[in-house]
Design a protein around this ligand. Structure first.
Ligand code: SF4
Ligand code: SF4
Length: 108
Protein backbone atom coordinates (compact mmCIF):
# COMPACT_ATOMS: atom_id res chain seq x y z
CA UNK A 1 0.00 0.00 0.00
CA UNK A 2 2.09 2.74 -1.25
CA UNK A 3 -0.53 5.04 -2.71
CA UNK A 4 1.91 7.86 -3.13
CA UNK A 5 2.50 7.58 -6.84
CA UNK A 6 6.00 7.15 -5.55
CA UNK A 7 8.42 8.01 -8.33
CA UNK A 8 10.76 5.24 -7.19
CA UNK A 9 11.17 2.69 -9.90
CA UNK A 10 12.67 -0.74 -9.52
CA UNK A 11 15.89 -1.15 -11.47
CA UNK A 12 15.01 -4.33 -13.28
CA UNK A 13 11.50 -3.27 -14.24
CA UNK A 14 11.44 0.44 -14.98
CA UNK A 15 7.71 0.40 -15.78
CA UNK A 16 6.80 -0.84 -12.31
CA UNK A 17 6.03 2.16 -10.18
CA UNK A 18 3.04 3.57 -8.38
CA UNK A 19 2.79 6.19 -11.12
CA UNK A 20 1.91 3.43 -13.59
CA UNK A 21 -0.53 1.76 -11.24
CA UNK A 22 -4.06 2.32 -9.98
CA UNK A 23 -3.41 1.92 -6.27
CA UNK A 24 -4.03 -1.81 -6.69
CA UNK A 25 -2.61 -2.64 -3.27
CA UNK A 26 -5.05 -0.26 -1.61
CA UNK A 27 -7.77 -2.80 -2.32
CA UNK A 28 -6.16 -5.37 -0.05
CA UNK A 29 -7.34 -5.81 3.51
CA UNK A 30 -5.15 -3.77 5.85
CA UNK A 31 -4.99 -5.25 9.32
CA UNK A 32 -4.24 -2.57 11.88
CA UNK A 33 -1.77 -2.96 14.75
CA UNK A 34 -1.92 -1.51 18.21
CA UNK A 35 0.53 1.26 17.40
CA UNK A 36 -1.31 2.42 14.30
CA UNK A 37 -2.78 5.88 14.60
CA UNK A 38 -5.36 6.28 11.87
CA UNK A 39 -8.63 8.21 12.01
CA UNK A 40 -11.28 6.02 13.63
CA UNK A 41 -13.83 6.88 10.95
CA UNK A 42 -11.63 5.14 8.36
CA UNK A 43 -11.51 1.86 10.26
CA UNK A 44 -13.81 -1.10 10.72
CA UNK A 45 -14.03 -4.55 12.28
CA UNK A 46 -13.72 -7.48 9.95
CA UNK A 47 -15.85 -10.61 10.23
CA UNK A 48 -13.39 -12.09 12.73
CA UNK A 49 -13.31 -8.98 14.89
CA UNK A 50 -9.97 -7.76 13.56
CA UNK A 51 -9.32 -4.01 13.35
CA UNK A 52 -8.88 -3.07 9.71
CA UNK A 53 -8.93 -0.13 7.35
CA UNK A 54 -12.49 0.31 6.12
CA UNK A 55 -13.07 -0.31 2.43
CA UNK A 56 -15.84 1.25 0.38
CA UNK A 57 -18.09 -0.47 -2.13
CA UNK A 58 -15.59 0.08 -4.94
CA UNK A 59 -13.11 -2.07 -3.02
CA UNK A 60 -10.57 0.62 -2.25
CA UNK A 61 -9.50 1.69 1.20
CA UNK A 62 -11.60 4.52 2.63
CA UNK A 63 -8.45 6.61 3.01
CA UNK A 64 -7.72 6.67 -0.71
CA UNK A 65 -8.54 9.82 -2.67
CA UNK A 66 -10.48 8.43 -5.62
CA UNK A 67 -9.53 11.19 -8.02
CA UNK A 68 -5.80 11.33 -7.36
CA UNK A 69 -5.35 7.72 -6.18
CA UNK A 70 -3.19 9.04 -3.37
CA UNK A 71 -3.40 8.17 0.30
CA UNK A 72 -5.06 10.96 2.25
CA UNK A 73 -3.41 9.88 5.50
CA UNK A 74 0.03 9.18 4.11
CA UNK A 75 1.90 10.54 7.14
CA UNK A 76 -0.30 8.40 9.41
CA UNK A 77 -0.65 5.36 7.20
CA UNK A 78 -0.64 1.99 8.97
CA UNK A 79 2.49 -0.08 9.51
CA UNK A 80 1.34 -2.65 6.95
CA UNK A 81 1.21 0.07 4.31
CA UNK A 82 4.66 1.37 5.29
CA UNK A 83 6.17 -2.07 4.88
CA UNK A 84 4.63 -2.75 1.48
CA UNK A 85 7.27 -2.41 -1.21
CA UNK A 86 6.75 -1.36 -4.80
CA UNK A 87 7.97 -4.06 -7.16
CA UNK A 88 7.87 -6.91 -4.67
CA UNK A 89 6.02 -10.16 -5.17
CA UNK A 90 2.70 -8.97 -3.76
CA UNK A 91 2.82 -5.68 -5.64
CA UNK A 92 3.44 -7.43 -8.95
CA UNK A 93 0.70 -9.91 -8.19
CA UNK A 94 -1.87 -7.22 -7.46
CA UNK A 95 -0.90 -5.29 -10.57
CA UNK A 96 -1.21 -8.40 -12.72
CA UNK A 97 -4.59 -9.17 -11.17
CA UNK A 98 -6.17 -5.73 -11.30
CA UNK A 99 -4.69 -3.70 -14.13
CA UNK A 100 -6.98 -4.53 -17.05
CA UNK A 101 -5.80 -6.47 -20.06
CA UNK A 102 -2.19 -6.67 -19.07
CA UNK A 103 -0.94 -9.86 -17.49
CA UNK A 104 2.50 -8.34 -16.98
CA UNK A 105 0.94 -5.87 -14.61
CA UNK A 106 2.07 -2.76 -16.41
CA UNK A 107 -0.55 -0.20 -17.27
CA UNK A 108 -0.68 0.31 -21.01
S1 SF4 B 1 0.43 -2.27 -6.24
FE1 SF4 B 1 2.62 -1.70 -6.27
S2 SF4 B 1 2.82 -0.20 -7.92
FE2 SF4 B 1 0.63 -0.34 -7.36
S3 SF4 B 1 0.30 1.34 -5.85
FE3 SF4 B 1 0.78 -0.57 -4.75
S4 SF4 B 1 3.01 -0.53 -4.38
FE4 SF4 B 1 2.53 0.98 -6.00
S1 SF4 C 1 -4.10 3.64 4.40
FE1 SF4 C 1 -3.40 4.71 2.58
S2 SF4 C 1 -1.71 3.48 1.77
FE2 SF4 C 1 -2.85 2.20 3.24
S3 SF4 C 1 -4.36 1.04 2.00
FE3 SF4 C 1 -5.35 2.93 2.72
S4 SF4 C 1 -5.06 4.44 1.08
FE4 SF4 C 1 -3.60 2.76 0.76
Amino acid sequence: MNATNDPDVTGDSPAISCATCEACCCRLEVLLMGDDDVPERLTARDQWGGWVMRRLDDGWCAALDRSTLLCTIYARRPAVCREYQVGDYECLGERARLLPGNPAGTRL
